[in-house]
Design a protein around this ligand. Structure first.
Ligand code: PHE
Length: 360
């Protein structure tokens, strides 16, 4: 084997085995660089006889071209392999259809809770929370509902199991969100402005009642908060929530142990052709209970009733969801029927905001 054959074998094998561009470049410099082996051989041509020079020169040039071509081919092959690997790792089958049938929807109750929260947040109300398994004291006593008070019976309470030997009253599944009033007052003191949306429980079941349903409590305490503030806040809420330019509310004197005075609030509506319209017509629909927080309730929350006063209200979320979105049967809310959810549900990414639109 001639020296050139040895060189040729060495470099072509090296190029074939190179795993990346950097090793290819190393090989190029070693062979064809200024001080590369082939270049040095070229320089020796000067000391040769003219005949030697012709044959060796031509052979050297061929070798140089061969190595050059091998380098280029390998470089291209490496680039192709890199691209292939990248295409494989970033593969995306654009021919696959989307899966609209699998898209989940937001339950009307969640949607309405988000809407209510957005509206009250806009009026400066923070969100407060409390436990669903509540003590007898928070659910009743602190709200001025003494053990012998008839309201306890009206609430159709679910009681948690308690050891028969335990003298303490059993915990209950909260029958309303009002206990969160007490918890919020204890946690934050006055002045305070909160709403408390959440689940509540009563032993009741028909077309308009479910054993578990949802309320949103409202509480605003300050030095000079009055019924007038309550009226304005509720009117603003109803207009924004029902997305109508004006509403008319009717305050009916009522009784709750935890408010004095107390009022149930009806909203003017019409039922033309079975279609409910809010804000006009000759019918009234009860939508919430409210009143001025009873001094005993303020005291139970650790707030001095001689210094502070305020209003509270409780709205049935399921109820106003049925009204706003024309849903006839409450029980369907809790049946998880996918056809129902698809019909009444909301797009998952449309978060309700007061300025951007509540229900779009
Ligand atoms: N807690 C009452 C209910 O569940 C509603 C209410 C809340 C009334 C706050 C007045 C004030 O019926």
């Amino acid at each position: 084997m001639t020296t050139l054959d040895v060189l040729k074998a060495k470099y072509l094998e090296g190029i074939a085995a190179a795993a990346d561009e950097a090793s290819l470049e190393e090989l190029r410099l070693a062979a064809l660089g200024k001080k590369g082996e082939i270049s040095l051989k070229m320089r020796e041509l000067g000391q040769m006889t003219p005949e030697e020079r012709t044959t060796t020169g031509a052979a050297l040039n061929r070798l140089k071209d061969e190595i050059d071509a091998a380098l280029r081919a390998k470089k291209e092959a490496l680039a192709d392999a890199a691209l292939d690997a990248r295409l494989k790792s970033e593969w995306l089958d654009v021919t696959l259809p989307g899966r609209p049938r699998r898209a989940g929807t937001i339950h009307p109750v969640s949607q309405v809770m988000d809407e209510v929260t957005a509206i009250f947040a806009d009026m400066g109300f923070a969100v407060a929370e409390g436990p669903q398994v509540e003590s007898d004291w928070y659910n009743f006593d602190a709200l001025n509902i003494a053990p012998e008070h008839p309201a306890r019976q009206e609430h159709d309470t679910f009681f948690m199991a308690r050891d028969a030997a335990d003298p303490r009253p059993p915990h209950v599944l909260r029958t309303h969100t009002s206990p969160v009033q007490i918890r919020a007052m204890q946690a934050k003191g006055a002045p305070i402005r909160v709403i408390a949306p959440g689940r509540v429980y009563r032993m009741d079941m028909d077309q308009t009642h479910a054993p578990m349903f949802h309320q949103v409590e409202g509480l605003a305490i300050g030095r000079d908060i009055s019924m007038a503030n309550l009226k304005w806040v509720l009117e603003e809420f109803c207009k924004t929530f029902f997305e109508v330019p004006s509403v008319e509310l009717r305050f009916r004197a009522s009784h709750f142990p935890f408010t004095e005075p107390s009022a149930e609030v009806d909203i003017r509506c019409s039922w033309e052709g079975g279609q409910l319209k809010i804000g006009e017509g000759n019918s009234w629909l009860e939508i919430l209970g409210s009143g001025m927080v009873h001094p005993k309730v303020l005291a139970a929350g650790g707030i001095d009733p001689t210094e502070y006063q305020g209003f509270a209200f409780g709205v049935g979320i399921d109820r106003i969801a049925m009204l706003k979105y024309g849903i006839p049967d409450l029980r369907a809310f809790f049946e998880s029927d996918l056809r129902w959810l698809k019909h009444y549900g909301f797009a998952a990414l449309d978060l309700p905001t007061v300025f951007g639109g509540l229900s779009k």
